[in-house]
Design a protein around this ligand. Structure first.
Ligand code: PLP
Ligand code: ZN
Length: 391
């Protein structure tokens, strides 16, 4: 185990490794995990990866789980990096890729975070987990909790895609439908967890989910032969995908695997809930809570993200930007990805194509760059969104 300590993303507080944590006790912001990367790099070498398992556990030295026996696995990670030639040709791009996270267990990138968070919870003796969710995280938590033999309590908005709700029930979770937004679901978990003995696995309110999600950064580098792309489009709600990948890039540089070049990170949101786009445009450090947040891309319906300041920092440091798109356009974007590339993308993934077109039209992207769209989930979970837009 190479974890040296945990550190606060906002203040100077540090915490001992190998313990259960939620937010920083000093300031209430998210905690992150630090590793002895020199030690990790002794055994985790680029060459060693060739013979390792085709799951995110191939990067075990830079993950927090100490004992292999606690590594829960359903085959998460090592998703295809699809060369999107048809779409690329259509838009005059030489190198357009889709990192297809719908190939994960429970069909979204959320499996990565939950695989690691639930494994850590198991290692640290947790018996009951709870989380608010927009849908996909709930399915992933239900799956890994089932595998770990834990009691699982899910809180989702009433209008969460039906497939997500049914999936959680089938996977043995207790599902609670809440007449409100994900932030309201979060408040219920926070209010009840103490009395119920639940460990709260909310996005960035525990430090290990982001560790699982950072493996997207390791994997992308590995699949691109250790040359990061010029631009990454990512649909952001809570922001762990973006934050995790950025952390992975820093770790890889410290291990001597990549240089200091970083992709431009582009956060994509929906017009009905775009706090990061607003804050970015207004040059703010934090987002302002969105009232009446609405979008069919339920993963993007996060009116206020606890890690918003980290996302904004990454967008600025990377020379990136934030773009929002309408619901009509993002569903159409998913249809276009489907018809051109054979991938049934989630609406969140569809949003990326529309955002990319906007930036191309504005001349903000050079066409010869390598561009990666992270399709974070599967359209199969959002049949309602596609059904109401049937041609
Ligand atoms: C398909 C999909 N894409 C993107 C997101 C946003 O992810 P994050 O909250 O890590 O920014 C979610 C979150 O629920 C999601 O389900
Ligand atoms: Zn702090």
């Amino acid at each position: 185990m190479n974890v040296t300590h945990l550190y606060c993303s906002a203040c100077a507080a540090e915490y001992a490794p190998n313990k259960l944590y939620n937010l920083c006790a000093a300031c209430g912001k998210p905690l992150l995990v630090a590793y002895d990367l020199e030690k990790a790099a002794e055994t985790l070498t680029k060459e060693s990866l060739a013979s390792r398992v085709p799951t995110l556990w191939r990067y075990a030295e830079v993950l927090p789980v100490a004992d292999k026996i606690n590594q829960l696995s359903l085959g998460e990670g090592m998703t295809p990096l699809h060369n999107a030639e048809t779409l690329g040709t259509k838009y005059g791009l030489k190198n357009l890729y889709i990192k297809d996270e719908s190939a994960n267990p429970t069909q979204s990138f959320k499996a990565r975070g939950m695989a690691v968070a639930v494994s850590m919870a198991k290692e640290l003796g947790v018996k009951k987990v709870a989380a608010p969710s927009a849908g996909n995280a709930a399915g992933a938590l239900s799956a890994y909790a089932a595998l770990a033999g834990m009691e699982c309590h899910i809180f989702v908005p009433l209008d969460t895609p039906k497939a997500c709700i049914i999936e959680c029930e089938v996977l043995g979770a207790n599902v609670n439908l809440v007449d409100g937004l994900i932030t309201d679901c979060g408040k219920i978990v926070a209010g009840r967890k103490e009395a119920e003995g639940w460990f709260d696995v909310s996005t960035l309110k525990e430090p290990y989910r982001v560790e699982g999600k950072k493996t997207m950064g390791y994997e992308l580098a590995e699949q691109m032969n250790w040359n990061l792309p010029g631009v990454i489009f990512y649909p952001t709600g809570g922001g762990t995908g973006l934050i995790g990948m950025w952390k992975a890039f820093d770790e890889m540089e410290k291990m001597g695997w990549i240089d200091s070049f970083r992709p431009r990170m582009i956060s994509v949101q929906a017009d009905g809930c775009a706090p990061i786009v607003e804050a970015f445009e207004q040059n703010l450090d934090h987002g302002t809570e969105i009232e009446n947040a609405h979008t069919v891309a339920s993963g993007l319906r996060v009116p206020k993200a606890i890690g918003d300041f980290m996302m904004l920092d990454i967008l600025r440091k990377s020379g990136g930007t934030a773009v929002s798109v309408s619901d009509e356009d993002l569903v159409a974007g998913a249809r276009e990805i489907g018809a051109c590339e054979g991938i049934f993308a989630a609406p969140e993934g569809g949003a990326l194509l529309v955002a990319m077109k906007k930036l191309l039209d504005a001349g903000e992207i050079e066409k010869d760059q390598r561009i990666v769209l992270f399709n974070t989930g599967s359209g199969i979970k959002y049949l309602e969104a596609f059904e109401t837009n049937l041609k």
